[in-house]
Structure formats: C-alpha cells, structure tokens
Design a protein around this ligand. Structure first.
Ligand code: RFL
Ligand code: PHB
Length: 394
C-alpha cells in the first residue's frame, strides 16, 4: 500500500487544456479535484499547439472565469480564406452563421487556466510519475502515483482521464469492450512560429499541387504557418529560408508579397491522424479530449472538442453531486461521441479537400478541384463549412 493517501472528489489525470478546464469548471460549481500531471509546469506552458477557439469554447472559458485576457488579446475572426488554383475566396462566418471564432493560442489558454487554478482552486501535482487508475469498476476508485520518489494514492469518487493521446487512461478500458477507429494520413504538417506580422487579417487555407499550406497567427505581431510535408521528413531539412520560399510558392503571387519573413522561434513536424476510441467511459473512469479522440488539425477542432467533452462531463458530475442524478454520467460517452463524430467528419473532409494525396492528373485530384470550385460558388456549401468551423452547438 502506498505511503501517503489523499482524498478528493474527482481525480484528474493530465493538465492539458481538457484537465485544467474541467478542474476550473468543477470548482465554479463547488466540486473539488486534484490534477496529476506527468510533466513540469514550464513544459506544459511552453507547448505550441492550437490557435483557434470556437464561440462555444470562449463561452466555456467565460463560465470558468478565465476569459479576461482572452477578450483583451484574442483576435475575433469573421471568416477564413481558401486559396487554390490561383484563386482566393472568403467564407464569411458572421454573415452565414452570425458567429465568429477567436484566435488565441492554446499556450495562453493553458497559462490562464494554470494561473486560476494556482490562485486557490486546488493542487496540480507536477511530475506525477507512473499514474495508475485503480478500482475504477467499484465505488471507490483511486490513482496510485509517484512524485519525488514517494509513492502516493489519491482516493476519489471519479477519475477523469484527460491525459491526451499517449496517456494511461485509455489503456484502462477493457479491450474486449473497446473499439478504435483510425485513419493515419500519409503526410505531416511542418509548423513554424515567427515574430512577424501575419500576411492577412484572416487565416488562409491553401491547396497547391505540391501540398497544403496554412497561414495562421497568434497575434498581430506573431505568425504561425504550416506546410504539408512527407512523414519521413525532418525539421533539420527545413532551414527558415527554405520554409519561407516554399510558403510563398504555395500561397502564390497574390499572397506571397504580403508574407513577412523572419527568424523562426519554433519549428516542428506533426503527423496527422483521425482516431476515435469507444466507449469513452468505463465504471468510474471518464475519458475526455485527446485521450479518446484525435482529429487532423485542418479544421482546428482538437482543443475545441476537448472543451465540449469537458462541458458534458462537468455537467454530469455536477448533476451527480447536486441532484443525486446519475443519468447524465451514464450517458456521458454517448452524448460526447455524437459531437465528436461530426467534428471527425468535418476535419477529415477539410483534410481531404486541401491536401495532396494523389497525382495531379488523377481522378481524385479532379474531385478535389471540383469540391473547391463548388465551395467557391455555392452558398449552401459555404454555410456547411462555416457552421462546422464556428462549432456545432453543445
Ligand atoms: P493534451 O493537451 O495532450 O494534454 C494531456 C496532458 O496529459 C499529460 N499526461 C499525463 N499526465 C499524467 N500521467 C500520464 N500518464 C500522462 N500522460 C499524459 C500530458 O503531459 C498533457 O499535459 O490533451 P487535451 O487536454 O485533451 O487537449 C487536446 C489539445 O491539446 C489538442 O486537441 C489540440 O492541441 C489539437 N490542435 C488544435 N486544436 C484546435 O482546437 N485548434 C487548432 O487550431 C489546433 N491546432 C492542434 C493544432 C494540435 C497540433 N499538434 C501539435 C498535435 C495544431 C497542431 C500542430
Ligand atoms: C494554428 O494556428 O495553429 C492553427 C489554425 C488553424 C488550424 C490548425 C492550426 O486549422
């Protein structure tokens, strides 16, 4: 038996945006939690990832009381642009749906949530090693872990697995009752972050015969760009000069003159994957966010899905504690998955339309061109993209 035993209501594995937002929302509703995080605070706050927040995610951050800096520094975007075959067109979210998205880095969301947590909400145990969920099928689950060489046990009522794609939680679901659905794409995204002004007011998603490119941003002085690259590529093959030249080539002569170049402050390659693991719950263990599902980043849905899962899970836990109503917890996985699958579809569709998969002379490439041509000219097609991009209701 472990040396030190603590107790809380909800034991949360992972201090990514999912785990941190869940802890904060639970606190707002009077439910206590402890977060166990494998990494250090510096590492978690330094990870460069998502950049686009749906309105629903912004609303949740408001409910969590951590939206003040977001409203000050976040950039509200009314639409996005698509560039392909030498042409550029805009999807106007505000006009089509009445909604917008907010550009505010995941890094900043994470920092805001950590600051709120540490201002009195409850503990985050950093560098918690070898976390093992125990007795999740009974009424008294616990989390065994090691910190600073000391073995500890966190006794809790429920376990929230918010530990991302490589976490331990998903492995606790019985194999016989679980099923995974997966698509691995035959390419990756090379990302570059630089302190230069963005090339455009809004994001530009570009299809080019040599591969996809995306112009995004973190602020008016910090740009984030991505290039489709091969899976076996390495960042060491990509000097800053080569990246800027390739971005200008893929965005074409209309956009290239507006691309301001400068030294990179971060460069990385990420693989693209669609993945769903079902069910999202077993006994008293509930998965949320990347622990249960992954989307390719093309639709900017990953962080937003973690937020909607956490909303459903928080609501269900609060119903259990406040009203002794177990029904929302029992339905959690099904409720979350209904939204997850639609975001999976949208991200898969956006990825399929904009990336190079086949020879430019193939039937499939013609289908991509036709899809983009249809999107450029059809209000119905634009509305469909817009309502998914700004986020389906939850
Ligand atoms: P996270 O962020 O992976 O956090 C999980 C946390 O759990 C910890 N952990 C453990 N802790 C204890 N014990 C263990 N055994 C543990 N194993 C892991 C980890 O250290 C970590 O701190 O999952 P979460 O909270 O579900 O959040 C998901 C999002 O981070 C992810 O979906 C997004 O970043 C995806 N994503 C994007 N999402 C968007 O909504 N909009 C975007 O524009 C967007 N762009 C992106 C992206 C992801 C990218 N990469 C690098 C994968 C762009 C990129 C390039
Ligand atoms: C980003 O800014 O990191 C970003 C934006 C939109 C995406 C993916 C990533 O679709």
């Amino acid at each position: 038996m472990a040396g030190v035993t603590e107790r809380t209501q909800v034991g949360i594995i992972g201090a990514g945006p999912g785990g941190l937002l869940l802890a904060r929302l639970l606190k707002v509703h009077g439910v206590e939690s402890v977060i166990l995080e494998a990494r250090t605070r510096d590492y978690v706050e330094g990870r460069i990832r998502a950049g686009v927040l749906e309105q629903g995610t912004v609303d949740l951050l408001e409910e969590a009381g951590v939206a003040e800096r977001l409203h000050r520094e976040g950039l509200v975007h009314d639409g996005v642009e698509i560039a392909a075959g030498g042409r550029r067109f805009r999807i106007d979210f505000r006009e089509l749906t009445g909604k917008t998205v907010t550009v505010y880095g995941q890094t900043e969301v994470t920092k805001d949530l950590i600051a709120a947590r540490l201002a009195g909400d409850g503990p985050i145990v950093w560098e918690a090693a070898d976390v093992v969920p125990q007795d999740i099928e009974g009424d008294r689950p616990s989390l065994r872990y090691t910190v600073g060489g000391e073995e500890r046990t966190l006794a809790c009522d429920f376990v929230a697995g918010c530990d991302g794609f490589h976490g331990v939680s998903r492995t606790c679901l019985p194999a016989a009752a679980s099923r995974t659905y997966e698509r691995v794409y035959p390419f990756g995204w090379l990302g570059i972050l630089a302190d230069v002004p963005p090339c455009s007011e809004e994001l530009i998603y570009a299809r080019h015969e040599d591969g996809f490119a995306l112009a995004s941003m973190r602020s008016r002085t910090r740009s984030r760009y991505y290039l489709q690259c091969s899976l076996d590529d390495d960042v060491s093959n990509w000097s800053d000069d080569r990246i800027w030249a390739e971005l200008k080539r893929r965005f074409g002569p209309q956009v290239a003159p507006h691309i301001v170049t400068g030294p990179s402050i971060e460069k990385s390659i990420a693989p693209l994957r669609s993945f769903v693991s079902t069910p999202m719950q077993h006994g008293r263990l509930f998965l949320a966010g990347d622990a249960a599902h992954i989307v390719p980043p093309t639709g900017a849905k990953g962080l937003n899905l973690a937020a909607s899962d956490v909303h459903y899970l928080c609501r269900a836990l609060v119903a259990h504690y406040r009203k002794a109503d177990p029904s929302l917890l029992a339905a959690y996985g099904e409720t979350a998955l209904a939204r997850v699958w639609k975001a999976e579809r949208f991200s898969w569709w956006m990825t399929g339309m904009l990336h190079r998969f086949h020879d430019e002379a193939s039937f499939e490439a013609q289908m991509q061109r036709a899809e983009i041509d249809y999107l450029a000219g059809s209000r119905a097609a634009q509305l469909s993209l817009a309502e998914n991009y700004v986020g389906l209701p939850f």
